[in-house]
Design a protein around this ligand. Structure first.
Ligand code: ZN
Length: 268
């Protein structure tokens, strides 16, 4: 059984109804010790105010979501540097990095991966200077065209390995539960696992991105994956991240947080 002291709320889970201030208050009210804000919420609330509120609430900021998207064009590098500064300001333990999908009009996947690698390399010195770790999140291959050309844990790890200290991976069960190389990749990630995201894979899945399930409602063997990740040396926070347009986003967020706490104990 996993302790509630490791629970963090990724604010996307309740984003349709709660702004960042409400998310912070909700976590405090429900005794959820960690939180992962998104940049959009920070911008809306005001960076300094958000940082103060997070600090005053005593929340542990597991990560800031998200930046990268290097394949969208050169401006992504400056944008990611701004995100690094924001992560530093709110005391986030790391910044989540997505590679980005295929550039518009391109069919050259290898070139897209190279652009992503170069983009990431270009921001690493800025991240080191700011003391912010970067976590590459591999996404399920169904998003390869439009979101992320890094599809497996092994790919993310290879890239992180070329960039040295302060670059690692964020492991989200939704994206790699299907991967036959999962066990070996997780074991190889020892020392580079910065974050762990949970939710569940529903059958059938009605939307490629916005139909994630609550832990325990789908087919991912989350406790087994958690055991693999812990065997690889990770004992940090576990973020609940559920994009669910038809179900969890339309429920009362207080009910969602209550159920998250129950499922965190029974199904993670
Ligand atoms: Zn995630």
């Amino acid at each position: 059984m996993v302790a509630l002291s490791r629970l963090a709320l990724n604010v996307a889970t309740v984003r349709e109804q709660w702004d960042l201030a409400r998310c912070i208050e909700g976590c405090a009210r429900h005794g959820i010790p960690g939180i992962a804000p998104w940049r959009e919420g920070l911008a809306e609330y005001g960076l300094a105010r958000a940082a103060r509120h997070l600090r005053d609430a005593g929340l542990r900021v597991t990560s800031l979501c998200r930046a990268g998207m290097f394949t969208s064009g050169p401006a992504a590098i400056e944008e990611t540097k701004r995100a690094i500064d924001e992560a530093h300001t709110i005391g986030a333990e790391f910044l989540v990095i997505l590679a980005g999908g295929l550039p518009t009009g391109s069919k050259d996947l290898a070139a897209a991966r190279e652009i992503a690698a170069q983009g990431l390399a270009a921001v690493v010195p800025h991240a080191r200077a700011a003391g912010v770790k970067l976590a590459i999140e591999p996404l399920h291959p169904m998003t390869c065209a439009d979101r992320c050309v890094i599809s497996t844990v092994a790919q993310a790890l290879d890239l992180a390995g070329t960039l040295g200290d302060g670059v690692g991976v964020a492991l989200d069960v939704y994206h790699f539960w299907w991967d036959p190389a999962m066990e070996a990749s997780i074991a190889a990630a020892r020392g580079r696992i910065f974050g762990f995201h949970v939710c569940d894979w529903l059958v059938p899945t009605r939307d490629l991105v916005f139909d994630r399930g609550m832990m325990g409602d789908g087919i991912i063997d989350i406790p087994r994956i958690r055991a693999l990740i812990e065997r690889a040396g990770y004992d940090g926070m576990i973020d609940v991240e559920i994009f669910s347009a038809r179900d969890w986003w339309v429920r009362d967020p207080d009910e969602v947080l209550t159920i998250i706490k129950q499922r965190f104990v029974s199904a993670v």
